[in-house]
Design a protein around this ligand. Structure first.
Ligand SMILES: [Fe+2]
Length: 371
């Protein structure tokens, strides 16, 4: 009888053909024999929480152990930020914000965040601004700026008053300020943090809160967004293991945006994970990690797939996205590339059992179709 081994998903050599069906540790078939192991497959398995699989010995090629990706919130170097194009709406603010954050200048960062909130509030479509955000960068600074814009977009899209929008944008900007006080050897470490390092990293929430308490110009809500943005809805988060309503509502919003932004970003140790896969990860933690009301608001605002994206469904059908769906971002309106038929994946009964399994390419020219 063939010897069965458990191997790390990340040890299976990229590009190798899988010579046997692969099962998760609890026995579910997750990859059929004959598939090619790609970075996307690895990212997708990990986004679904699968890190180890059962294989017959000798049926897959294995690589030397690579550093595994750390928990989503660690290893954020501060020294790299993209150059933004002249027409990027927040170009000036992002450049100013880089300076103020790296200088640990709370007042300056507060002012920059208010300027971002002002532009968000006066721009016609917040969704268009989201499409201009860059996720291919690294660092606390980019992460904080993106989180500020995403949190503000959710607030605007869900009808929050001006003051609440401003507070969330500032909270997004300052939520990780405690990381700037973490030992750079831990903060910038490539690869997985050990337990001791992870405990150090976790102190950033309380450290940030304390620093913000030193500043009279910062509201208590903003301080709490720094303190509580790693608390989970079911009490499994940190630092205080708060649950549900014990966590400030604004902190719950920053929590989901923080995870989404960190997972879609390209880090020093991993490629970015596709937004659709991140969305699957986030939805898989509906009510455990994240507040359900906040999740509904998040899914209304953040598109998993954008107009022009080419995607593949679980039955192999190739489609192009025509419109994202405001009610469920994983079920866009698409055109089937074989028949040019337009299908609403949210309402079409014959497609309800099919899921999007692959993003073939991003933002192609939209094909001609009959609606
Ligand atoms: Fe954090």
């Amino acid at each position: 009888m063939a010897e069965i081994k458990i191997v790390s998903v990340r040890k299976i050599k990229i590009g190798s053909k899988v010579q046997c069906d692969i099962y998760s540790k609890d026995g579910n078939l997750i990859l059929k024999k004959g598939n090619i192991m790609t970075d996307h497959v690895v990212s997708r398995l990990e986004s679904l929480g699968v890190t180890r699989v059962l294989v017959e010995a000798g049926t897959v090629e294995l690589e030397e152990e690579k550093p595994e990706p750390s928990k989503y919130d660690d290893g954020l170097p501060t020294d790299n930020i993209d150059k933004y194009s002249e027409n990027f709406l927040f170009k000036k603010e992002f450049e100013q914000g880089k300076e103020t954050l790296l200088n640990k200048d709370v007042d300056g960062s507060h002012d920059v965040a208010l300027a971002i909130a002002g532009k968000l509030l006066t721009s016609g479509s917040v969704k268009k601004e989201l499409e201009e955000l860059k996720y291919g960068t690294e660092g606390v600074v980019t992460h904080s700026l993106n989180t500020a814009v995403l949190a503000g977009a959710i607030a605007i899209d869900n009808g929050f008053p001006k003051e609440a929008v401003e507070e969330l944008v500032v909270g997004g900007m300052l939520h990780d300020i405690g990381k700037l006080y973490i030992d750079p050897a831990v903060l910038n470490k490539k690869g997985r943090l050990n337990d001791k390092e992870y405990e150090i990293m976790k102190t950033h929430a309380e450290e940030g809160y304390k620093k913000l308490c030193d500043n009279k110009g910062v509201s208590q809500h903003i301080r709490l967004m720094a303190f509580q943005h790693h608390e989970n809805n079911d009490g499994s988060g940190y630092p205080k293991h708060l649950k549900g309503d014990q966590i400030l509502f604004q902190s719950r919003i920053i929590h989901v945006v923080d995870v989404y932004e960190a997972m879609t970003a390209k880090r020093c140790y991993k490629d970015s994970i596709l937004p659709g896969d991140v969305m699957e990860f986030v939805m898989g933690r509906y009510a455990t990690m994240f507040d359900t009301h906040v999740m509904d608001m998040f899914l209304k605002t953040i598109p998993a797939y954008k107009k022009g994206d080419l995607i593949k469904l679980s039955d192999g059908t190739r489609c192009q996205v025509l419109e994202s769906n405001p009610k469920n971002s994983l079920r866009p309106l698409v055109v089937l590339l074989d028949s040019m038929k337009v299908v609403d994946l949210y309402t079409d009964r014959s497609f309800l059992s099919k899921t999007v399994t692959e993003l073939i390419s991003k933002e192609g020219d939209v094909v001609k179709h009959d609606r």
